[in-house]
Design a protein around this ligand. Structure first.
Ligand code: MEV
Length: 437
């Protein structure tokens, strides 16, 4: 995709699905026909689903969308998003457009190093056990590499070892393993199971669990952006006031775990849909994100915002986000789910770290959109008009009836099934009377 993508995507939401597929596929250098086929039936038929999990009865589709206007490290990107919540995709696109006015997102990712834990119990002298294991580090790490030769060939493998003395007679040995483009769960578990018995023997204790940790502290993404205040003017407020409102919202989350939880939910509104679209394990990302948010002993926001400078022409709203992001682009569901493969192509993903950074950008955009709305007009107005469409569909509206019913119930500020049914009935009888129903 080139930097003129902005104009190609303006008014994207007003196009038909077929037109959007054409524009998005072309921008990503894909064949539109291939994209349409990959997404048909949610990208997964029951026969294929039956090979992925057990006791399959069918499949369950969710909307597959793309967020537009995302610029990451100077390059325009499409962000595939699978999500059921109205307004999330629109909000991310709108916020990304503001961020693009400040040059876009700057993102970086750590090396993809994950932790596999080996628990050893019933240790008489945990301090002595820890130093014995540390002395045997080279032997243990060689055994890790020997257990995952394919990964070592691809440039990954053992990177380090940490011993953590836990309650009383228990230690946890962390094997640090570079998983390259894989999420790594299987590799980590294989390595931990392989070297676990030797670790327990060295520690003089009983072997316990051997499993990855989803608190992937060594595999973080960091995303920053600086939105010019002049881009933020909204609802009669000047851009500096909007920047201040977003900063005040951030400060609320920084001192209150109740608010931080909802603040982080807004971030995950952006991240999870990218993780799901690309066939990754969103429970792992969620678990890691919230544990990371609590790491300092209190639950903290994963992204924060500050206004810098003064005056609408020189002030900026600066945002930064950091969290663990264990994503893979090889193996797992991404290899067997046609829509997940299409998502990777649409996003022009070059590797696991690249995808992790993109998910981070979408998370920061989602957070900005939420704080900007909450700090100014509130979220209900925008949210309700989209919700109104779902309510209209739920009472049987179809085609252009959906917009007409949604408009009427939103304008009346009564967005519920009863009002939608009445509006639909009125619309149909008016059309029948005119002879165009
Ligand atoms: C709703 O899904 C997400 C928000 O509550 C996030 C936030 O409050 O920051 C709007």
């Amino acid at each position: 995709m080139t930097s003129d993508s902005d104009s190609r995507f303006s008014g994207f939401y007003r196009r038909t699905i077929e037109e959007r597929i054409g524009v998005a596929a072309t921008a990503a250098g894909m064949d539109p026909g291939e994209l349409a086929t990959s997404l048909a039936q949610g990208g997964l038929d029951a026969a294929r689903a039956d090979k992925i999990v057990e006791n399959v009865l069918g499949t369950y589709a969710l909307p597959f969308a793309v967020a537009v206007h995302v610029v990451m490290n100077g390059r325009p990107r499409l962000a595939p998003m699978v999500v059921e919540e109205p307004s999330v995709v629109a909000a991310v696109s709108a916020a990304a457009r503001l961020v693009a006015q400040g040059g876009g997102f700057t993102a970086e990712a750590d090396d993809p190093v994950m932790i596999a834990q080996v628990q050893v119990l019933d240790i008489a002298d945990p301090v002595a056990a820890a130093s014995t294991i540390e002395r045997a580090k080279d032997e243990i790490l060689s055994a890790v590499d020997a257990s995952i030769p394919g990964m070592v060939k691809r440039g990954g493998g053992a990177r380090g070892l940490e011993v953590r003395t836990l309650a009383g007679d228990m230690i946890a040995v962390h094997l640090l393993i570079d998983c390259r483009d894989a999420m790594g769960a299987n590799l980590l578990n294989t390595a931990a199971e392989r070297v676990g018995p030797r670790v327990a023997e060295l520690a003089g204790g009983r072997l316990g669990l051997r499993i990855l940790s989803n608190l992937a502290v060594h595999r973080r993404v960091r995303v920053r952006c600086a939105v010019p205040a002049r881009a933020l003017s909204a609802g009669g407020l000047d851009g500096v006031a909007v920047a201040d409102a977003v900063e005040a919202a951030s400060r609320f989350a920084e001192v209150d775990p109740f608010r931080a939880t909802t603040h982080n939910k807004g971030i995950m509104n952006g991240i999870d849909p990218v993780v799901i679209a690309t066939g990754n394990d969103w429970r792992a990302v969620e678990a890691g994100a919230h544990a990371f948010a609590s790491l300092q002993g209190t639950y903290r926001p994963l992204a924060t915002w500050r206004r810098t400078g003064s005056g609408v022409d020189s002030a900026h709203l600066q945002g930064s986000l950091e969290l663990p992001m264990a994503l893979g682009v090889v193996g797992g569901t991404s290899g067997v789910h046609p829509a997940a493969r299409a998502a990777m192509k649409l996003a022009q993903v070059t590797g696991a770290s690249d995808l992790a950074m993109l998910a981070g950008c979408v998370g920061l955009a989602s957070n900005l959109a939420a704080l900007k709305a909450l700090g100014t007009e509130g979220i209900q107005r925008g949210h309700m008009s989209l919700h109104a469409r779902s309510v209209a569909i739920s009472v049987g509206a179809s085609g252009d009836e959906v917009e007409a019913v949604a408009r009427e119930i939103s304008a009346a500020k009564v967005v519920n099934a009863g009002a939608a049914s009445d509006a639909l009935a009125r619309l149909r009888s008016a059309r029948a009377a005119k002879g165009d129903g």
